[in-house]
Unconditional design. Structure first.
Length: 418
């Protein structure tokens, strides 16, 4: 619906009145949360748009010109479009760019491009400031999990394709931005990565990576990949450990308390007797205060999963694993938790099909499947006992090796709905 001001014959006065109304509507639409959690982009504002023309089915540039650009023009948002030309192009660009010119950084692609942007920001000398630059994702990829999560948080509905793109573009026009939790991941080989969506190993990762060959099919690639991998359910051997997020309340799919975390919970604000700050001090290096080196034993308040054979392990920090896959319906942008799901060996193909179908409505935890486990955690460690299968971070492939990670509360900011 479009609201218009009746002309009075005085153009300058009409313009000033229209802008006053628009500003008042934006301010009134902003949620009033404790601690001034939400912010709002200035008007007028200038945004940097990073666009991957090969993302998804290859329609990103066309969609931007036909759907996004007209809305940004109406909202008085100026933009400069940067077309990515190679893998990690956005990573390199954001790491070196003078960000003072931009009020927000916008990606138009799948989740992988935002992953590049965040890691580029975190490699900057001024990362403390740079990481607070509002980010925005406009879905034009195959999975679009973060965009689907943002829409779900705001409306509790699941939008797809052009409707989802319109919704996220409206979020950008509205200009509200909220905190975003980030997970810091460390590998045994010494890599450090920052993730906003998920880490996975096993079935889910295998489907994600091997279905890349069907990219032109859009989100249908995941359906085809799933059917292929269901024919031979592989088992992955490894050791999984985690630091519980709260008092024992982890659930199996029966909704009962899991014995895996019984009597192991500890105050989440402490690790080895030291407090954990939600934001680093200016000029410091972001420390993973909940983690210890791989060659050292884990602290006593960590839980070691008894099983060592898994079909899939997923650590997710948003509600959606894909546009129509609600893996963690209780997740929030800044709930300070990693939602750990794992399927142990022995699960049947029929149980897997029921599980995957239930993901469309987020009802998988009511399936009474004894092989499906869920627990909210602060940190985790995964040590593969066999170097096979794909590992992924935000949908991007990672070499199979020991990995550990912890949540960092409100490290970044994201354009979102109210």
């Amino acid at each position: 619906r479009t609201f218009r001001l009746a002309p009075s014959g005085r153009p300058e006065a009409d313009q000033a009145l229209a802008e006053a109304w628009a500003d008042a509507i934006r301010r009134l639409a902003a949620p009033h949360a404790p601690g001034a959690i939400y912010g709002c982009l200035p008007r007028p504002c200038q945004v940097m748009v990073l666009l991957n023309p090969q993302s998804g089915s290859g329609q990103a540039l066309h969609l931007f010109r036909t759907q996004v650009q007209p809305m940004l023009t109406e909202a008085n948002i100026a933009f400069s479009v940067f077309i990515t030309e190679k893998h990690n192009h956005a990573w390199e660009l954001v790491r070196k760019e003078n960000l003072a010119t931009w009020d927000a950084l916008v990606t138009m692609a799948g989740d992988g491009l935002l992953y590049e942007v965040i890691n580029g920001l975190m490699e900057r000398p001024d990362w403390e400031t740079a990481s607070q630059k509002p980010l925005c994702i406009l879905p034009a990829g195959s999975g679009n999990a973060l965009a689907a999560s943002l829409s779900y948080y705001a409306t509790k509905t699941c939008l797809v394709k052009e409707e989802l793109l319109t919704s996220c573009t409206f979020f950008l026009c509205k200009g509200l931005h909220a905190p975003l939790d980030i997970v810091s991941l460390c590998t045994a080989s010494g890599r450090r990565l920052f993730s906003f969506l998920s880490f996975s190993w096993g079935f889910v990762s295998d489907v994600d990576i091997t279905s890349e060959r069907y990219r032109k099919l859009g989100s249908a690639r995941f359906t085809l990949g799933t059917l292929q991998h269901l024919t031979t359910l592989r088992v992955y051997k490894g050791r999984l450990s985690y630091l519980p997020a709260e008092e024992p309340s982890s659930r199996s799919s029966q909704g009962e308390q899991s014995s895996l975390v019984a009597q192991h919970a500890s105050p989440v604000a402490l690790c080895n007797g030291q407090s954990v700050s939600s934001r680093p001090q200016q000029g410091s290096v972001l420390e993973d205060s909940l983690l210890v080196p791989f060659d050292q034993p884990l602290p006593k308040d960590w839980v070691a999963v008894a099983e060592e054979e898994f079909v899939s392990i997923v650590c997710i920090y948003q509600s959606h694993l894909g546009t129509d896959l609600i893996l963690a319906p209780s997740a929030k942008l800044y709930d300070d938790a990693i939602h750990l799901f794992y399927l142990t060996a022995g699960v049947s193909r029929m149980a897997m099909i029921r599980f995957l179908m239930a993901l469309e409505k987020g009802t998988h935890l009511t399936l009474n499947c004894p092989y499906l486990h869920y627990v909210p955690v602060k940190a985790f460690r995964l040590e593969p006992l066999m170097l096979k299968g794909h590992m992924t971070v935000d949908g991007e492939v990672l070499a199979c090796e020991p990995v550990q990670g912890q949540i960092h509360r409100r490290l970044c900011r994201i354009i979102s709905g109210s």
